[in-house]
Design a protein around this ligand. Structure first.
Ligand code: NAD
Ligand code: WQD
Length: 335
């Protein structure tokens, strides 16, 4: 069974990917410093899969720890999720973000080269596109100047990967540009664990419905969209996880020095109000929300063209927006 190192594997997308890897016959080896996750995730993963995954608590900037993992496990590939992702915090603490997000990628690439590990899947983001002029967004849509240091770390990491592969180090790399991952595992045993007040829409919705927040504020309803609220491409986290499995399988059939990027989205945009209504429908609850001012820096509308990932990786999303809302709500109720 191929062993795959998952950095950030206790986190939101990493934990779901561990399950999908296992279901596909690969063994996840998890490295996480638990800076934004909880060790209990390992118990939950065992409940879902029946397998206790190897877990290393530590920083993926720590090369000696990576070396220890490699002596204990023969690694066939790496999925690099570990990063800080709070957009607002990245503006007030940019060095923290550059150090962790960019620094860890460099350490990881050095480690992979030393160990002769070829395959890497990297977590990128639709944030690299900013507000695109033409929709939907294809992989050749120009990337824009980043809105935040966080967004810039994704752009820089993509550039590092591109330059690195050009230097012919023998690696094969895919960057996946996720749109808006939402939902939770249908078992409701793992999901997103926002620390403090959520910045993202869906956890804010579910916490409001659960009575943790008084009300949701919709950031603007006077944009040039069908109902005036912003449009995003909300993709179920299990579908996002599955894209990593498909990416790894695809990489193993490629020549050395391979690099590609793929969008991971549904190919469909939904407004904030549509998301709220989908939530209300599946939860049977009326959500307490008000219309507020626009959020500075918000992209008005973006959604993915998924032709490339559909055709090249054979990946298609299986879950709908309503499935995502149902699973997010079931997860919230379990918390
Ligand atoms: P998350 O915070 O839930 O998961 C990241 C995990 O990495 C956490 O468990 C954290 O403890 C760990 N981590 C952070 N720095 C580490 C380090 N130096 N060493 C070891 N572990 C470390 O976030 P997520 O939503 O699962 O995101 C995963 C990746 O996907 C990130 O790279 C993120 O930037 C990217 N991404 C996320 C979204 C999103 O909306 N969730 C969208 C696009 C891209
Ligand atoms: C979605 C929509 C808000 C909260 C973030 C990151 C980006 C990328 C994806 C990682 C927007 C509206 C939200 C609320 C609201 N992540 N909203 N009330 O803006 O697409 O981007 O996730 O790479 O880098 O910035 O996601 O969930 O914050 O917002 O009306 O209380 O919900 O205005 O239209 P966003 P989000």
């Amino acid at each position: 069974m191929k062993k795959i190192l998952i950095t950030g594997g206790a986190g939101y997308i990493g934990s779901h990917t561990a399950v999908e890897l296992w279901n596909a016959g690969m063994e996840p080896i998890i490295l996480d410093d638990l800076s934004n996750s909880d060790e209990k995730v390992l118990d939950r993963l065992e409940e879902i899969t029946g397998k206790r995954f190897a877990f290393f608590k530590g920083d993926c900037n720590d090369k000696s720890l990576l070396e220890r993992i490699a002596t204990e496990h023969q690694l066939a590939g790496v999925i690099h999720f570990a990063a800080f992702k709070a957009v607002g915090e990245s503006t007030s603490q940019p060095l923290k973000y550059y150090k962790n997000n960019v620094g860890s990628l460099i350490v990881l690439l050095e480690f992979m080269q030393e160990q002769g590990i070829q395959d890497l899947v990297f977590s990128s983001s639709c944030t690299v596109y900013g507000q695109p002029e033409v929709l939907p967004v294809t992989e050749s849509t120009p990337r824009q100047e980043a809105e935040s240091p966080y967004g810039n770390t994704k752009k820089i990491c993509e550039d590092i990967l591109m330059d690195y592969v050009k230097s012919k180090p023998g690696v094969r790399v895919i960057s996946l540009r996720y749109f808006n991952p939402v939902g939770a595992h249908p078992s409701a045993k793992i999901g997103e664990l926002p620390i403090g007040t959520p910045q993202n829409l869906v956890p804010y919705i579910t916490q409001t419905a659960a009575g943790i927040r008084e009300k949701l504020t919709v950031f603007g309803n006077d944009y040039d969209t069908s109902d005036g609220s912003c449009v995003r491409d909300y993709i179920h986290v299990v579908d996002v996880a599955d894209a990593h499995v498909k990416a790894l399988s695809y990489l193993s059939g490629q020549e050395d020095n391979f690099y590609e990027v793929f969008n991971v989205g549904t190919g469909k945009g939904n407004t904030v109000l549509e998301v709220i209504h989908a939530f209300e429908k599946v939860s049977g609850q009326k959500l307490n929300y008000v219309i507020g001012p626009r959020r500075p820096g918000d992209v008005v509308k973006t959604w993915a063209d998924t032709t490339k990932i559909n055709q090249v990786l054979g990946w298609y999303p299986k879950y709908s927006l309503e499935d995502s809302m149902r699973d997010s709500w079931n997860w919230q109720k379990r918390l």
